[in-house]
Design a protein around this ligand. Structure first.
Ligand code: FAD
Length: 491
């Protein structure tokens, strides 16, 4: 049963004002930013009765307690950059925005750790780590707006997840408000802890459906001494996917091993950083006839590209660089070394460049096992073409994580229907190839029920039982991360 808000919005706002102060309880008209996240164009629309902005973990606990006592749904919200419609109140109720929980409670550079509150922006966590000689690996693309609490709640990834893991790998403990409104510490600074079930990992990636995270114990790493970022151009998808396998089989451990397919390259090649170090092209067997050596820009014959970042000590990076070139000699058209900042700016701009082609795009975050990546990409491209849509794909190749994208006219119902049909074929293909329907963006509201195709029945039932154990009234972000949709009635 979905929750029904028993209190009227006016009563709700008056009661919540007593907890957080009237100026921190907002209305949420339909066009309010709080009723949308990055899935806005895909129909994820909230209808919040109120938005509350608590200032402390204790206030979050009181808000949850009040909502739980009055059968009001509660949706935790970070920076609203989620791509699955998880941060919006699709079933009404209260949006609990964490933007005022901005304190970094502890920062211990010598112990490699930090304890930010949930509302601290991802970029600030990264910057603070860097300023103290440390490194925080997760780097999801909207770091200026996203919050560490949202990153934990979605178990966000990003390019560096290949070597350094997704956000959960950095979490030592959580402070979280659990139903019916209790502030609880889970995990801590113990260097090892195998006592009890791993509740912390259950909460990581739970997308606001099991509790509201108020602070995060993060374990950091010393910053690597040196990094080098390279772009490897290859002729075909098959060459590119084989090269990913060869790099890993050679024992190299790049910090980033991203890919762009030929269609993405074609769209983004015009803005490729021109200041590439031509000397870095030397030594590539295929370069001479690829027409690339010594020229700036994307080689004319390139049909696939890898973005590779190597890090470690200076000597280590030099050796890895040499080994990478050795490994790819014969298959790569060229290896270039743009200035790192320009390269990442170009990479970050791909989303917008792709969207600009037809005014809109629909991108699905999926994962193929590495050995099925080429075949999965080919199947996706064919499915899009069969439905009359142009497509492209890019992502985190080292993990087989693909952002499979179709370009559409957002005002054309026929194209949106075709895109939905391509999506269905894509998810079926991912599952049949042993992959996953979500690599880093979560399930949220848009992919509710998708797990049903991927998991076995008993695992689905456990997923649902865990939800009920944490949230017996079903008030924490209802409608989000449902294993099955429509959800079977609880027996
Ligand atoms: C341009 C762009 C690029 C992106 N690139 C990447 C990428 O490379 N990798 C990647 O993984 N993601 C990426 N994302 C997706 C998004 O940035 C991440 O999912 C991010 O972790 C969401 O954080 P947020 O603070 O914005 O959370 P929100 O969008 O506000 O919320 C996301 C989910 O987490 C829950 N939540 C938020 N805060 C809390 C809390 N304190 N307690 C409990 N639940 C909470 C919400 O209820 C919701 O279900 C990208 C998004 C954009 C717009």
């Amino acid at each position: 049963m979905l929750p029904v808000a028993l209190a009227s919005p006016a009563v709700m706002r008056a009661e919540l004002s007593r907890i957080v102060g009237a100026e921190h309880v907002l209305d949420a008209p339909p066009r309010s930013a709080y009723n949308h996240d990055a899935a806005r164009r895909r129909g994820a629309e909230g209808r919040a009765d109120a938005v509350v902005l608590p200032a402390s973990a204790q206030e979050v606990a009181e808000v949850v307690r009040w909502c739980y006592a009055h059968d009001v749904a509660i949706v935790a919200r970070g920076g609203g950059t989620g791509m699955m419609g998880g941060a919006v109140a699709t079933h009404g109720g209260v949006v609990c925005s964490m933007e005022r929980l901005r304190t970094v409670r502890e920062l211990e550079p010598a112990l490699w750790r930090m304890l930010p509150e949930a509302g601290v922006r991802t970029r600030d966590v990264q910057r603070l780590a860097r300023e103290n000689g440390l490194f925080f690996g997760p780097d999801p693309g909207a770091a200026e707006q996203s919050q560490i609490g949202g990153n934990v709640a979605t178990n966000a990834g990003g390019p560096h997840a290949l070597k350094y893991g997704v956000t959960g790998a950095w979490v030592a403990g959580l402070e979280v408000v659990l139903a019916p409104g209790e502030l609880v510490e889970i995990g801590g600074w113990a260097g090892k802890d195998v006592a009890g079930y791993d509740l912390k990992s259950l909460l990581v990636g739970s997308e606001g459906t099991l509790g509201v995270i108020t602070a995060v114990r993060l374990r950091l790493l010393p910053a690597p001494e040196a990094t080098v970022a390279l772009v490897v151009f290859l002729r075909t998808r098959e060459d590119g996917c084989a090269a990913i396998g060869e790099v890993l089989a050679a024992g190299l451990r790049p910090s980033v091993l991203d890919f762009l397919d030929g269609d993405t390259l074609a769209i983004a090649s015009g803005s490729f950083p021109a200041g590439a170090d031509a000397a870095a092209r030397a030594g590539m067997g295929a370069g001479a006839d690829g027409g690339a050596e010594g020229e700036a820009g994307v080689p004319a014959q390139a049909g696939f590209a890898l973005i590779v970042e190597l890090d470690g000590s200076h000597a280590d990076v030099r050796e890895q660089h040499r080994e990478l070139v050795r490994t790819l000699t014969g298959s790569a058209l060229a290896v270039v070394q743009p200035r790192a900042q320009e390269l990442w700016r170009w990479r970050d701009g791909i989303n917008a460049a792709v969207t600009g082609v037809r005014g809109a795009k629909i991108s699905e975050d999926v994962v193929f096992p590495l050995e099925r990546l080429a075949d999965g990409l080919e199947h996706f491209e064919q499915a899009a073409a069969r439905h009359g849509l142009r497509s492209c794909a890019w992502g985190h190749g080292g993990e087989g994580n693909v952002h499979a994208t179709v370009l559409v006219d957002g005002d054309s119902d026929a194209e949106l229907d075709a895109a939905a049909a391509v999506g269905e074929e894509l998810f079926a293909s991912v599952v049949s190839r042993g992959g996953s329907v979500a690599g880093e963006h979560g399930i949220g509201w848009l992919k509710r029920g998708r797990l049903e195709g991927q998991w076995e029945l008993r695992a689905l039932e456990l997923h649902e039982q865990l939800k009920r154990a944490f949230d017996p009234k079903g008030l924490l972000n209802p409608g989000t991360k449902l294993a099955r949709y429509p959800a079977p009635s609880a027996g």
